[in-house]
Design a protein around this ligand. Structure first.
Ligand SMILES: [Zn+2]
Length: 217
């Protein structure tokens, strides 16, 4: 199945991007039939094999696979069932997102690249226990129509129409958290992008990006 290969490749990419530590974090995508393929619980990324991946329906019921699906399956299901534009989800415990997840209530955007990829400032959930429906609902609420959210005292999630986009969103979320943390340490009054500026930048990115993608196809 070509999607299994894409998921395994995505696991390698998130490790190389230093977005994950150990077995924490998980990756999923929507299959052509609408079901969800997701990484299993508790297997280190570099030991993952195609047969370890799990396929679930849109209610989170396991259809295929010998392993337990990721413990954050409820969150992946909730995102797909709310955001029709999202076909891939990457959840990580990256360093600066984890700092932001306990230090701030939201992360404003400082740079145009993050505005283009994420499409809005990054909101942080209220604290909910890992693996619960409460965490899933909070994550969906904070995502709105933006491509990343931070999960309180836990980590972050990046989403997108492809796995590549979801990883890029997670990378931009991590970068934004690092920039915000460091900007606050050198300036009392850093300039953040306004909502209107962010939506203008996002519009430019979507129009330009789609054109590039159409050209490639
Ligand atoms: Zn987690």
């Amino acid at each position: 199945m070509k999607e299994s290969i894409q998921i395994l490749q995505a696991c390698e990419d998130v490790q190389e991007s230093r977005l994950v530590f150990g077995t924490w974090g998980n990756v999923s995508m929507i299959l052509e039939d609408g079901n969800i393929i997701i990484t299993p619980s508790g297997i280190p990324y570099d030991e993952l094999r195609e047969e370890d991946l799990v396929v679930c329906d849109r209610d989170g019921k396991v259809i295929c696979g010998k392993q337990q699906p990721s413990s954050e399956l409820k969150m992946h299901v909730a995102i797909y069932n709310t955001r029709q534009d999202v076909k891939a989800v990457v959840h990580t415990h990256s360093l600066y997102a984890s700092i932001a997840s306990s230090a701030f209530r939201e992360v404003p955007l400082l740079t145009e690249d993050a505005a283009m990829v994420l499409g809005g400032k990054i909101e942080i959930t209220n604290y909910k226990s890992p693996g619960t429906q409460g965490l899933a609902d909070e994550t969906v609420r904070c995502l709105r129509d933006v491509n990343a959210a931070i999960i309180a005292n836990h980590g972050q999630v990046g989403v997108g129409p492809t796995l590549e986009d979801a990883i890029f969103a997670a990378v931009m979320c991590e970068k934004s958290c690092e920039l915000y943390t460091k900007a606050l340490s050198v300036s009392k009054n850093p300039r953040f992008l306004e909502d209107e500026e962010i939506s203008d930048l996002r519009k430019i990115y979507v129009e330009h990006y789609r054109k590039l993608r159409d050209f490639k196809e």
